[in-house]
Structures are given as C-alpha cells and as structure tokens.
Design a protein around this ligand. Structure first.
Ligand code: PMP
Length: 363
C-alpha cells in the first residue's frame, strides 16, 4: 500500500510553515537587508566578460582555491584558521547543525534572533532552545549561562549584530558565553559591513569559536556566498558535509572580481551607514514611533499611540513600500517593524508612506 505524504514526511516537517518570501515586483523593496546599490558600469563590464568566458559546461572548482585566498585576505582571516564556503551562510548554518545533530543534541540561540537558527534545528532533528533577550534587546548573560548549564548545547548561534533587533551585544558577555559553552559557539557576523566590531580577532583565544560572514548584505545577495572561519579541527569535520559543488563557478569568479574592487563595497556600506543615521533621526521625530539603536543596515522600530504594526505594514504595502512586520513573531517584538536602509530616494518614499500610514493624534 502506498502511503500519503503525511505518513512519510517527518511530523516536525509537516508542522513547519515554509520560510515566506513575499512578492516584491514593483515595490520599494526594504524587507530583506539587501544593498540597494548596483556596481559601477566598469565593474559590471568586467563581470560580463568573466561570465561570458566561464567554462560553465564544467563543474566549478570544488575547493574554490582562488576565491578562498582572496577572501582570506579581504576578510583578514587569522593565520592558522581554515575557511569553509557555503551557498549563502544559510547553508553553513545547516552544515553545522547536520554535523552536531546527535540524538537529543541542543541548538541554542537567543530570542528574538534570525529565524533560520530555529528552523534549521528542526530540519536537522536537533532540539532547539531559545534564551529570551532583555526587553531592551541586550543579551541576558546570566540567563544564557544558566540555560547553557541546563541544556549543555552542542552549538550556540549568536548574531553580531543581531537580526531582527539590529544591535551589537556586549562583547564581554559573548566571551563569557563562549567560555562557558560545552560545544561550538558560532558568532554570525552577517551585518559586519555596517558594524565596525568583530570576533575575527578572538578566534585564536577561543578553541570552540567559529565565525560566520556573508557577502549578501554588502552587495552580493544574488550570488549566494557565505563563509565560516575557524580552527581546522572543526572545519575538517564540517567540510565532510559540504556538498562538493555548493559554490557555482559564476559565484566564484564574480565574487573574486568584486573583491578586487573592494573599495566599491566599502563606499556603498559607508553611504548606507550615513543614510541609516539620517533615517533613524527622521523616524525618531515621528509621533507614535519608537526607534531602536542599530549597527546593521536595517532599523527596528515600534509603532504605538493607537497604531498597530499589522495595519501600518499593510498601509505601507498599499503605497508600494515593502518592509517586514515582526508583530507576533516574539513577545518582545509586539508592534515592531523592520526596515532595510535603502537609497536616499527609497528611504524618503518609505518615510513619506509611513507618515501617511500612521494615525494622527485626533484620528
Ligand atoms: N545570518 C543572519 C543573522 C541573517 O540575518 C541572514 C539573512 N537574513 C543570514 C545569516 C543568511 O544570509 P545568507 O544566507 O544570505 O548568507
């Protein structure tokens, strides 16, 4: 007798809802932390030539030797550390979880955090434990140390800066967590380009620390490239789970080319940081908005004074501006929305649409 999907697929997968990516055609797209700027025409021409000449009938270099050397230099990966590449850092999270998923093993993170930490724990059969942040979104170090003692997590993911809150946690607190953890701690620096703080230099001090980066937020989201740096004793094991050709030839060639023009990405990140400051200031002047500090390329804010995040989100969408509604995703995020910093023009459109979407005091 043939059995239907609900008798074959694992129950925890049946219970999941798929990661939802809303359609954005024709919208001012400020929901996914992309860099809004394209590359200069000269660099785009070089990319076009490279892609045209690429031997796409052949599999890519499975070890991406040339790209890895370029990344090692561009990201200042310390000597003695290995690097592993992923099809985005999403894939690296999945590789780490697959490797650690002994029966009953725990994947820990703070909450609210990047939702893929919890989802991938489920994908891989790990037990997920989330430690709530303080109401101001700072790290509850004592609470996390206590949870570590109780759960003995195989792996802890900490995003630095955190998504969706945008803040950098206290570095000394993270160090205490790394030292107390019985297993791996992955510091996920997806938003490093906008933050100016890093644990890269700490790798040598902590034998259980792994450091993750992505090129998605600084301008190459479409290429899908993430990176993990850490001690060979860990990376040798993780490499066994990486599928041989996970990083395509176009991604390898184009990323390396863009890294040769690294100043362009740095200038774009600098422009985004300037816009971030302006946007935070502008948001703070609006009645009924509470803005949270950010070290990333997005801003978390809460609507109050009779406004509700769901209707503000919908009103913005009606005005062709797409951001992210976080209300309902965690108790600390009640009435919170997240907006990615776009171009000055996009940000102005967002602010204008937001003003029009907010209730006036005597509405
Ligand atoms: N880590 C964090 C904290 C993120 O916010 C994201 C993307 N939203 C990722 C990892 C994954 O990024 P990518 O797969 O594009 O590298």
């Amino acid at each position: 007798m043939r059995r239907p999907p609900d008798q074959i697929i694992r129950p925890e997968i049946l219970a999941l809802s798929a990661y939802h990516v809303p359609p954005a055609t024709g919208m001012v797209k400020l929901d996914a932390m992309e860099n809004p700027y394209s590359l200069p025409a000269g660099v785009r021409d070089e990319i076009a030539r490279l892609a045209g000449d690429a031997p796409i009938n052949r599999y890519p270099d499975p070890s991406a030797v040339s790209l890895k050397a370029a990344l090692r230099e561009a990201l200042a990966v310390p000597d003695g550390m290995d690097i592993m590449l992923g099809n985005g850092s999403d894939e690296i999270i999945q590789i780490i979880a697959l490797a650690c998923a002994r029966p009953g093993a725990v994947l820990m993170s703070v909450e609210p955090a990047f939702v893929m930490f919890r989802m991938i724990a489920t994908f891989t059969g790990m037990t997920y434990a989330g430690v709530p942040l303080n109401p101001d979104f700072s790290l509850d170090v004592a609470g996390t140390l206590d949870a570590i003692a109780r759960h003995q997590p195989a792996v802890i993911f900490i995003a630095y800066p955190n998504n969706p809150t945008g803040n950098l946690f206290d570095a000394a607190g993270i160090s205490r967590i790394i030292d107390a953890a019985p297993g791996i701690v992955v510091v996920d620096e997806a938003y490093h380009a906008f933050a100016g703080a890093s644990f890269m230099g700490e790798l040598a001090q902590h034998p259980n620390l792994l450091l993750m980066r992505t090129l998605s937020k600084s301008g190459l989201a479409g290429l899908r490239l993430g990176l993990l740096a850490g001690r060979p004793e860990w990376l040798i094991q993780l490499e066994k789970l990486r599928l041989p050709y996970n990083v395509g030839i176009i991604t390898q060639l184009v990323t390396e080319k863009v890294l040769q023009h690294g100043d362009v990405l740095l200038q774009q990140a600098a422009a985004i940081k300037i816009e971030r400051a302006a946007m935070s200031e502008n948001l703070a002047t609006l009645d009924g908005i509470e803005v949270f500090p950010t070290d990333a390329n997005f801003i978390l804010f809460r609507v109050n004074q009779g406004n509700n995040a769901g209707s503000v989100f919908q009103e913005l969408k009606n005005r062709a501006v797409l951001i992210k509604n976080l209300d309902g995703s965690h108790p600390l995020l009640t009435n919170c929305l997240r907006v990615t910093v776009g171009t000055p023009d996009e940000n102005a459109q967002f602010l204008e649409a937001l003003q029009a979407s907010l209730k006036k005091p005597n509405d």
